[in-house]
Structures are given as structure tokens and as C-alpha cells.
Design a protein around this ligand. Structure first.
Ligand SMILES: Cc1ncc(COP(=O)(O)O)c(C=O)c1O
Length: 402
């Protein structure tokens, strides 16, 4: 036996174990915090959750059950299996005015839209690079950028929650890798007109950066507003990354299916990332997704019509807030981002709304907005529940602010 004399292991970190500085810089999502508060308050109704009230179409459950009863439970292709990819390509040809199967583009199924955004970050940006986010932003986008060691560059939208293309252009630096647009928008509900999205797409093309378009709410447009996919612009294929999700449209939040249409030159990079993190999108959910897509858009539209009725009621019930809050136009998604006229902190108001008035909303700080902005989400509630919740909200805000 030899006794090897090794030097003592140097202890470089006197405070013992710690999380990375990168993650320390990432905001903690507020939804679970408000969620805990709501759950701890008996009878509280949540206007906080960004989900729809309906489950997936029955075809999805049937497809999932058939898969579960089968004998092949192995890994499948990293970017999704061909039958689903073909259905998604057909959807884009029919509904979005572009063909992801044409040369220059590639289509990958992901485990949800959030994963698609994370894939995009890792594929296009190096540490220290900048990503431009119109603000209010979707908090998971801001978090994903920071997790990728990149810098979110925040460019406020205008008073009507619309894009300011000149300001976006002015924010571009040599480190900029992309501008992100979400239309219809979370958290504002704004729908960006085709002209604005064309302008941003052209700015990205001319600057040699990517235009990342999050279209998770594409089916949720109201009062004649029209959704526009920048990927339908001729020549956009080399700089446009389009992100989609079944979570909202098909009641699929739990099933984790999204997808991304990317420039073909990014395919190898995204496949490396997805192979390492996921290996393949959950196969049972891909089968369910095939069922969901077979149900077709008409199935979604029938349920979305119910949300339209809830929205009309919410708008009506919010009217007495005139003078207490401003309610910018919101022609899409299932959100209103209202600006309450008070010097109180938004989180403070949220806590009082939950504990004293029994209604939960999200504070604007989580979306990068100052003042006392509150996000109202109305997609998850039936008309009666939403009416009760908005009644409490109006009473609460009047009571707190006046
Ligand atoms: C703009 C936006 N993109 C993506 C997502 C997440 O979608 P998924 O459930 O597909 O990850 C959400 C969820 O709220 C969202 O609001």
C-alpha cells in the first residue's frame, strides 16, 4: 500500500455551495407567489392565470390513449415526428401564408413555446449579446435572455401598447442579435398591425439580426383585429424565427407542445440544443397534438367565441373604473393591462385585492412596467365567475385608491 501525499483541496468558496451568479440575476416568477397568496385565501377568484377554461379536444385524448396502449415507447426524432410536422406545415400553408417545408426554412416541435424561445436564445446569442424586448415584456422571455447570459434591452411601447419601430431601431447596437415581438400580446392584449410587423421585420433584415415572433395567441383576436405572421413576408425566411404553441388555442397547457419555424441555417444548432435538453418532444403529447390538429381550427373557434363573450362582459364591468384606472385598447389574447392611478406599489395593491376583496391579478412589475399596472386575465373563467371577479376588482380598486 502506498500512501500518496496529496496537497489539501483548495477551498475557493468560503460560503460553501451557491447558485450561479447568472441565475441569481434572474427574476423570480411572480405567478407562483400570487398563486400561493390566492390559494391561501379561501374563496378568492383568480384573474391571474394565463390559461383557457377548456380542455383539449377529445381526439387528443383518444390519440394519447391509443399510443399508451401500444408497444413502442422508445425515443423518437429530435424535432418531432413526420406526421405531426406535416400537419403543422399544412396549418401554416392554410392559415399563415407561408410554407415551412420550402427551402430556407425548418420546422421543429418543442415542449412548448417557452422551450422554443429558449432554443432560439441558445442558438443565436453569445454571452453578453443583446436582445431587444418591447416592454411590457413576457417575463419568461426576459428570464430566458438572462439565463442565456445575454442582456435584455427594454424598449417601451407607446401609450396604446403599440410598437415604436423607430425606438426599436435606435436601440440596435453591434451586440444586438434579435428583436422580439409578441402579437397578440401577453400581457397587454395588443394586436400589432401588419404594417408595424412588416416595419420591424425590415429593420431586422437591414440590421442583419433576427425577428423573433411569438404567435402563441394567434387565434385570439377580437373586434375585427387580424393576426399577421411576419414569416409570410417574401424574403423573411433567413431572419425570421416564429414561435407557436397549442397551450392556449387547444387547451393544451399541461401537454407541453409548441413548435418553431426557423431559418434553415439554424437547424443544426437548435437540434443540438434540443437533443441535449429534451432528446425528443414527449411522444405521448405529440400523438395528442395530432388529434388536436385533426379537430381543426373550427373546434378552437367555438370555444374562443365563449371567451369573446367573457371579454365583452369584462370590458363592460370595468367601465366604472374610469377615473380610477386607464384601460388601453386590447384587441387580442385574453388580457387587459390596466394602469391604476395611484402612487401605491402594484404588488401592494395585488396583496390587498386578494386578502381584502377576494380577487387575484398580476402586478405589472413582473412584466417590466412601473407605476401601478395590473394584468387582468379572463380566459380561464366562465361568464358568471368572471362577472363576480371583475365586480370584486372594481369594488377593491375603488376602495383602495379612493
Ligand atoms: C407570449 C407567450 N409565449 C409563450 C407562452 C408559453 O407557452 P407554452 O405553454 O407553449 O410554453 C406564453 C404563456 O403564457 C405566452 O404568454
Amino acid at each position: 500500500m502506498f500512501a500518496i501525499d496529496l496537497p489539501p483541496i483548495p477551498r475557493y468558496h468560503p460560503t460553501s455551495m451557491r447558485v450561479s451568479r447568472r441565475l441569481e440575476a434572474v427574476q423570480s416568477p411572480v405567478i407562483p407567489i400570487v398563486g400561493d397568496l390566492i390559494r391561501a385565501t379561501p374563496g378568492c377568484i383568480s384573474l391571474g392565470q394565463g390559461v383557457v377554461h377548456y380542455p383539449p379536444p377529445p381526439q387528443a385524448a383518444r390519440r394519447a390513449a391509443a399510443f399508451a396502449a401500444g408497444s413502442d415507447h422508445t425515443y423518437k426524432p429530435v424535432g418531432g415526428f413526420p406526421e405531426l410536422l406535416e400537419l403543422l406545415a399544412a396549418k401554416h400553408r392554410a392559415e399563415n401564408g407561408f410554407d415551412p417545408a420550402k427551402p430556407g426554412r425548418a420546422l421543429l416541435v418543442t415542449a412548448g413555446g417557452n422551450m422554443a424561445f429558449n432554443n432560439a436564445m441558445l442558438a443565436i446569442a453569445d454571452p453578453g449579446d443583446e436582445i431587444i424586448l418591447p416592454t411590457p415584456y413576457y417575463f419568461n422571455h426576459e428570464m430566458a435572455i438572462t439565463i442565456a447570459n445575454c442582456k435584455p434591452v427594454l424598449v417601451p411601447v407607446d401609450d396604446h401598447h403599440q410598437l415604436r419601430p423607430a425606438a426599436l431601431r435606435a436601440a440596435i447596437t453591434p451586440r444586438t442579435r434579435a428583436i422580439v415581438t409578441i402579437s397578440p400580446n401577453n400581457p397587454t392584449g395588443a394586436v400589432y398591425p401588419e404594417s408595424a410587423l412588416r416595419e420591424v421585420n425590415a429593420i431586422c433584415r437591414d440590421a442583419g439580426i433576427y425577428h423573433i415572433c411569438d404567435e402563441a395567441y394567434e387565434y385570439f383576436t377580437w373586434d375585427g383585429a387580424a393576426h399577421f405572421s411576419a414569416a409570410s413576408i417574401p424574403g423573411s425566411e433567413s431572419h425570421t424565427i416564429s414561435l407557436y404553441s397549442l397551450s392556449k388555442s387547444h387547451g393544451f397547457a399541461a401537454w407541453r407542445i409548441g413548435w418553431m419555424v426557423i431559418p434553415e441555417h439554424l437547424l443544426a444548432a437548435v437540434r443540438k440544443i434540443q437533443d441535449t435538453i429534451l432528446i425528443c418532444p414527449p411522444v405521448v403529447s405529440q400523438h395528442a397534438a395530432i388529434g388536436a390538429l385533426e379537430a381543426g381550427r373550427a373546434w378552437c373557434d367555438a370555444r374562443i367565441a365563449e371567451i369573446a363573450a367573457v371579454r365583452a362582459m369584462v370590458l363592460n364591468e370595468l367601465e366604472p373604473l374610469a377615473g380610477v384606472a386607464s384601460i388601453p385598447r386590447a384587441d387580442g389574447a385574453f388580457y387587459f393591462l390596466i394602469d391604476v392611478h395611484t402612487k401605491l406599489r402594484a404588488m401592494n395593491v395585488v396583496e390587498r385585492l386578494v386578502t381584502e376583496y377576494g380577487v387575484g391579478v398580476l402586478p405589472g412589475d413582473t412584466f417590466g412596467v412601473g407605476g401601478c399596472a395590473l394584468r387582468i386575465a379572463y380566459g380561464a373563467l366562465t361568464r358568471d365567475r368572471a362577472a363576480e371577479a371583475v365586480g370584486r376588482l372594481v369594488r377593491g380598486l375603488k376602495g383602495i385608491v379612493q
